[in-house]
Design a protein around this ligand. Structure first.
Ligand code: PLP
Length: 384
């Protein structure tokens, strides 16, 4: 097999060495339980609280005046806490939920669970450009709507969603009666995030997408927004999420967020240059290749190919050492996903998602593009 080129950073990222060093310290030296009132406990608590401040800064709430970070085990749990917790807390005033068709399964799966609890769900369709229309969203609202959700960056095609405009449209009709949740897992550290500007009630984040470890996430939760905990136990995280905290993961997540936010601007420029180079090489090599979605973050590049031998494409890319996804990490590599269906991609067309990070080099992009073109030609795929 050829040398591996990792271009699946929307699935997960390599842990930054600085983060790994801090986590090691938390495991070997400052290993106390942050709920304990002694030297070890206080050291662990200080690490956890520093991370909470770092994440509050990362979402534009530096003094924690608007809300609070609740640590979770991952982005999925943060989404579940917001979706299930907010809907259940408001169930006595209504049982209707609105989400776009192309949300991550971390949202859709939990919305489905609400359906089984008797909630009604309206899904908002998206156009071929992969961007939600705020007016369409507003039209889906009802008198009994208690929860709406919209992701900030679509994980399969990278499109940036007009969350602030959606929130404005929702607030204009229903004020604070509706909980507005935003999944910002793919946006953190890639776009500046400001919870006041977005005017959301909650925002889900995940560590492993920004060079922290797997197994840690967070929910920013607006003050006075009612959210029921998913389970009961001791009073960690102000009783919103019982269970002894993963302090190494949390401390590393805080540092990773601080590092990512500090370099958003220059990284965005660098990744935009790499994106341009990648797309240039792919369009030169595969006639008619189609880029999915407009107004996308630079690090996620989704391209569509037409043909019938997609299984062969996935196998050959893997043999060539190209580590990319078909859609999301959670789907079948050669599959036609719910997101592809949502943006109207025909059944005989498949997408390849190439996603970059701060460790992706120009050489990686040149080599990967060469190998992808070679594979597409061998398999007989063309542009969509
Ligand atoms: N939301 C989005 C948009 C994602 O891309 C992902 C992960 O792929 C998640 C939620 C779930 O995050 P985690 O893997 O931390 O559970």
């Amino acid at each position: 097999m050829r040398s591996l080129i990792y271009l699946d950073n929307a699935a997960t990222t390599r842990v930054a060495p600085e983060v790994a060093a801090l986590m090691r310290r938390c495991m070997l030296r400052d290993y106390g339980n942050p709920s304990c009132y002694h030297g070890f406990g206080l050291a662990a608590e200080a690490l956890r609280e520093r991370a909470r401040r770092q994440l509050s800064v990362a979402v534009g709430d530096p003094r924690g005046r608007r809300g609070r970070i609740v640590f979770t085990s991952c982005g999925t749990e943060a989404d579940a806490l917001a979706v299930l917790g907010a809907a259940r807390a408001r169930a006595s005033s209504g049982r209707h939920v609105v989400v776009p068709t192309f949300e991550h399964k971390a949202i859709l799966g939990n919305v489905d669970a609400l359906r089984h609890e008797g909630f009604r769900v309206t899904t908002v369709a998206v156009g071929g450009d992969g961007v939600i229309d705020p007016a369409a969203f507003a039209r889906a609202l009802r008198k009994d709507t208690v929860l709406v959700g919209c992701m900030l960056v679509q994980n399969e095609i990278g499109t940036i969603q007009p969350v602030a405009e959606i929130a404005r449209a929702v607030r204009a009709r229903r004020g604070d009666e509706v909980h507005i949740h935003c999944d910002a897992v793919q946006a953190l550290g890639r776009l500046p995030i400001d919870v006041a500007e977005l005017d959301v009630d909650s925002l889900a984040l995940s560590g492993h997408k920004i060079h922290a470890a797997k197994g840690v996430g967070a929910l920013w939760l607006r003050n006075h927004s009612p959210v029921n905990p998913l389970w009961r136990g001791a009073s960690q995280e102000e009783s919103r999420r019982a269970g002894t905290e993963n302090v190494p993961g949390i401390a590393g997540f805080g540092l990773a967020a601080e590092m990512a936010v500090a370099r958003i601007g220059p990284e965005r420029e660098r990744l935009t240059r790499l994106r341009r180079k990648l797309l240039g090489l792919l369009t030169e090599g595969v006639a008619g290749i189609q880029v999915l979605g407009t107004h996308a973050v630079p690090h996620i590049v989704a391209v569509a190919l037409k043909g019938h031998r997609f299984k062969r494409l996935a196998t050959m890319l893997q043999e060539q050492g190209i580590c990319v996804s078909g859609g999301s990490a959670c789907g079948v590599p050669e599959g036609h996903t719910h997101v592809h269906a949502a943006i109207g991609l025909p059944e005989d067309t498949r997408a390849v998602r190439i996603s970059m990070s701060r460790y992706t080099t120009e050489r990686d992009i040149e080599q990967a593009a060469r190998r992808i073109v070679q594979v597409a030609r061998t398999v007989g795929l063309t542009g969509a």
